[in-house]
Design a binder for this molecule. Structure first.
Ligand code: PEP
Length: 258
């Protein structure tokens, strides 16, 4: 089995202006440095709102920080008359390494389908960034015991058209919607069940190298206090963190899960 570098990504959602963003990234960098965090061992990524990205870029470049950053969404279009949209080329130019696509809030409030998520993932990769492709079931689906087939259908749709080689470098985040921002964390076994099913599906479709390379994150009320148990699971390669990523100490604690 290939060894995969754990990835901790903090999705700030629509929080923090550009000045607050700089303060948080600085504090996170100091906290990690203080704890002698090895960024080669655990990758740390912040995902601020679009309006903060230029400031984060200036700080990261200026101070040669090892923290990486990404965007919360990207347009399916490359350029043109799409008011309010942000293209993958613009994000790449700002130094983004990652782009979250298909977050459940985008799927729910903006009616994003798997086809749209797939188009966004292709845009991100085409511009040299890694898409973090979000999938996961709502409460009704979970109660009906349909969470695995539901999530795998999203994986199939969202990863359509990628080669095995490309899939090996992608990130999928399994985020059960009932566990996002609710304090209701899935058990480590719940996370493992679906993360393993995602990897098995990728193995079936794209082969061993893709399945062994793909990083599968868990997301949903992850905190410093519960991350260790989740990270012990063999098919969980990191976490996509919402609320807890807005506090430097707490997010640093998640990054230092070992
Ligand atoms: C998220 O929004 O991706 C998320 C996992 O949020 P939280 O950690 O707050 O549940």
């Amino acid at each position: 089995m290939a060894s995969r570098t754990p990835l901790m990504a903090g999705n700030w959602k629509m929080n923090l202006n550009h000045q607050e963003a700089v303060v948080l990234v600085q504090k996170l960098a100091w906290t990690l440095e203080d704890k002698k965090h090895d960024h080669e061992q655990v990758e740390v990524v912040v995902v601020p709102p679009f309006t903060d990205l230029r400031s984060v870029q200036t700080l990261v470049d200026g101070d040669r920080l090892k923290i990486k950053y990404g965007a919360q969404d990207v347009s399916v279009h490359e350029s043109g008359a799409y008011t309010g949209e942000i293209s993958s080329g613009m994000l790449a130019k700002l130094g983004c390494s990652y782009v979250v696509v298909g977050h459940s809030e985008r799927r729910e409030y903006h009616a994003e389908t798997d086809a749209v998520v797939n188009a966004k993932a292709h845009q991100a990769l085409g511009a040299g960034m890694v898409p973090i492709v979000c999938v996961g079931e709502g409460l009704e689906v979970r109660k009906a015991g349909e969470h695995v087939p539901h999530t795998l259908a999203q994986v199939d749709g969202s990863l359509a058209g990628f080669t095995a080689e490309q899939v090996a470098g992608l990130v999928v985040a399994y985020e059960p919607v009932w566990a996002i921002g609710t304090g209701e964390v899935a058990t480590p076994d719940d996370a493992q069940e679906v993360c393993a099913a995602i990897r098995d599906r990728v193995r079936e479709v794209h082969g061993d190298a893709a399945a062994d390379g793909l990083r599968v994150l868990y997301g949903g009320s992850v905190k410093a206090a519960n991350v260790a148990g989740i990270m012990e699971k063999p098919d969980v390669d990191g976490a996509l963190v919402g609320g807890a990523s807005l506090q430097a100490e707490e997010f640093a604690g998640i990054c230092r899960f070992r």
